[in-house]
Design a protein around this ligand. Sequence first.
Ligand SMILES: [Zn+2]
Length: 302
Amino acid sequence: MRIGIDLGGTKIEGIALDDTGIELFRQRISTPQHDYAATLDAICDLVQLIEHHCGKKGSIGIGIPGAISPTTAKIKNANSTWLIGQAIQQDLEARLSRPVRIANDANCFAVSEATDGAGRDANIVFGVIIGTGTGAGICIERQALAGCNAIAGEWGHNPLPWPHESELPGRRCYCGKQGCIETWLSGPGFTRWYQKTGGQAQNPQEIIKQAAQGNMLAEKALQEYEDRLARSLATVINILDPDIIILGGGMGNISRLYENVPRQWAQYIFSEHIDTQLLPPTHGDSSGVRGAAWLWPKKNRT
Ligand SMILES: [Zn+2]
């Protein structure tokens, strides 16, 4: 049995999978705020609850915001700031008396889809999560690629490629730079652009609804969004050349992106023929927690 834990800023989700990927149990609890010791307790209680319910022990994989620093073995780059600087792997292994595998939550998303989702037959999967932020994980042969600085796939903090004059210098990002991809492609970034072009403050779902109803301003903002996403993914394809790109998070629910973005990206990619596919996640919102469980991969794929 594999146990996956998704440690989010507001909730912690736990899942148990059998060897074929069938879900045995799932539970969701609130994340204790600004309290590391209570967060550890909550994770251990959740593992205990799952194992009690299933009547057996499991391997444990955990998806976290941020990453484990290869130099200090402590958490870095987490938006749940009370986790930063904590040796979470060491602390959990001591409490749970077994090895624990930990990866960035976007990496877990990519692992899930590469294991038994939309990328299951692909060698290279780029798993993108666009919601309030813009993250991504890379899977090669169904294994997450961490990278020597543990930032592989952190594509949201590169600048928007092939910028138009109207897109320069770009908004200041919380990372300290200006014009990051995240400031354009995140849900709040899309809303900000729509407002800037004269639209009313709306959440992205509302703007998309208006575009579908024939609102020209909303349609134009969405077409510009599609072009920015196409440019941003074209640079990924030019470097990584993935078989499949999977689009998760709130913005991944916009169905027209799967047709329009690949049509747009052709003009930016350095190849006359492009086989890379853009697909929605098979496991939807469950991919993060499933991928955490799959950090202990199948020995033989079925
Ligand atoms: Zn940034």
